[in-house]
Write a protein that binds this ligand. Sequence first.
Ligand SMILES: *Cc1c(COP(=O)(O)O)cnc(C)c1O
Length: 331
Amino acid sequence: MSKQLSKSLEWVLVNLDMMMNKFIIENIDLQKIIMPNINNDNYDISVLRIDKVHAQISGNKWFKLKYNLLEAKRLNHTKLLTFGGAFSNHIYAVAAAGKEFGFETIGIIRGEEHMPINPTLHFAKECGMKLFYLDRTTYKNRNEKYFQEEIKIKFDNPFIIPEGGTNQLALMGVEEIINFIKDDFDFICTACGTGGTISGLISSLKGEKNILGFPALKGGAFLRDVIESLVMERTNQYYNNWELITDYHFGGYARIDLDLVNFVENFQSMNNLKLDYIYTSKMFYGINKLLGNEHFQKCSKLILLHTGGLQGNAGMEYYLTKLKTKNIHER
Ligand SMILES: *Cc1c(COP(=O)(O)O)cnc(C)c1O
């Protein structure tokens, strides 16, 4: 590479980095909260508001995307391609990031196209993302090498970001989250989907403190191996200061019941903080239950990561109304 070119490339990277950091420095803070039905004098609970980093590239998705975007720029890609479900926060974030930082974006959506288009995909389209729908069987091949090669040809060499944004570059970004915590703490807790976020927390803490993950999907125990190998690849270390709490999935991904809805409404009335129904509310519910069962020693300091995802609530409205009016527990 010529010196000239590498200079201008450096300029692009420094500027993208600066643009991203501007958002971070201005917005993230720790917010003290209280929980329903426990003695709040016994614990010190704060929420790390990474959801506030950007209105659309919210929460953990920002940090997971950061080094992916820088790498895409470094390799001179103009196009990002990624995968996700129809309500995916990741799809939403990539569409917004493309618009904000100057990439074309392509979203490969799991399942058939539904009309009318839901709020998540509507937003993605508005940002300029091109959407393609893949039947669920074919979608399963998304991480296969042959499949990715086909995609590269079909879409003219996009920078491919995996579903949920989880890869080693995502861990690098998530590792920076810990820098925003100036206070001492005992536990840091996050909701889990693909396991990228908890993996980055584990790799940044290097065996210190305790990390709890709350899978938002049913049968989340499979994530243990996924997380272990993501962390191993990143750090070459085995850490055991983390645990998955798999009991609070509420029947599966994006499933909710009245008990959860009541908790969220109660919690929100006590704190100036909104939760999303797919991820954070399930974790907060789980933490509340663990506190009630005296799972944590008295005086424990807990930090709960607000990973964002509020955009998804618009898509959940329909089920919420159904739950409340007909008292249906399953959807
Ligand atoms: C994507 C997402 C998660 C899950 O993050 P992973 O890194 O996939 O485990 C958690 N919370 C919210 C709000 C999310 O959007």
